[in-house]
Design a protein around this ligand. Structure first.
Ligand code: DX5
Ligand code: ZN
Length: 215
């Protein structure tokens, strides 16, 4: 069970401080948006390179961008511990996942709420993680989509059947109210933006989330 706070909900003028505030987390989730794949713009490779120098925890890059085949491997090369691309945007996901792994990062595939898992199950051997989105990607602070839990179960079932150590991440609306449902469905990496950075103490929020799923 791992917690990956999303810095999308952090103070962008103080990112070093905001990363230090989540030093007890397992990862820092960094949402890269290009204003094309999603209707929002955040940050790109130069900022991630700077974050990597100061982050107390490994960086989990969630790339909500067009043409990840071209743009994702450089995040791995820069030192991100995990690089997630959206399958809806990938032209050649096998080569892309291999490129990410060749740079020493974990390769991960994300599915938007409307994207089914079954057509992509055969990619599992190329992957270290599957991200099941529990909101439409693009913005923090949206309501959790409980209707994605069957997909989490389906991925968990496929991973169990095929063997291997593939993590299942959920992202969007994950909080004290919803995290147990995600864990029960089979998720084991939990992204939380507003639930962590919107709390009075990010460290306490992380511990509270962890306590709810490690019982
Ligand atoms: C949404 C991003 C999420 C977002 C989650 O497109 O991928 O990582 O920051 O924010 P919360 O936890 O507030 O839903
Ligand atoms: Zn994200």
């Amino acid at each position: 069970m791992q917690i990956s706070p999303s810095i999308l909900a952090a103070d962008f003028a103080n990112l070093q401080h905001e990363l230090e505030a989540i030093a007890t987390a397992d990862w820092a989730h960094v949402d890269v948006m290009d204003n094309h794949f999603v209707p929002n713009l955040t940050l790109g490779l130069p900022v991630v390179e700077s974050l990597l120098k100061v982050s107390p925890v490994p960086i989990d890059c969630h790339l909500m961008i067009e043409d990840p085949d071209r743009w994702a491997p450089p995040y791995a090369e820069a030192g991100a511990g995990s690089v997630t691309f959206h399958i809806e945007a990938a032209a050649d996901p096998v080569t892309l996942a291999r490129d990410i792994r060749a740079q020493g990062a974990r390769a991960s595939m994300a599915l938007k709420p409307g994207t089914p898992f079954a057509p992509y199950e055969e990619l599992l051997p190329e992957l270290d993680m599957v991200l099941v989105m529990t909101v439409e990607p693009g913005f923090g602070g949206q309501a959790f989509m409980a209707d994605q839990m069957p997909k989490v179960r389906e991925v968990r079932e496929a991973v169990r059947r095929r063997g291997g150590e593939i993590w299942i991440q959920v992202d969007g609306g994950v909080s004290g109210e919803t995290i147990e449902r995600c864990a029960e469905a089979g998720a084991d990496v939990f992204v939380a933006g507003s639930a962590v950075y919107g709390a009075e103490s990010a460290a306490e929020a992380i511990e509270d989330l962890r306590a709810q799923v490690s019982g």
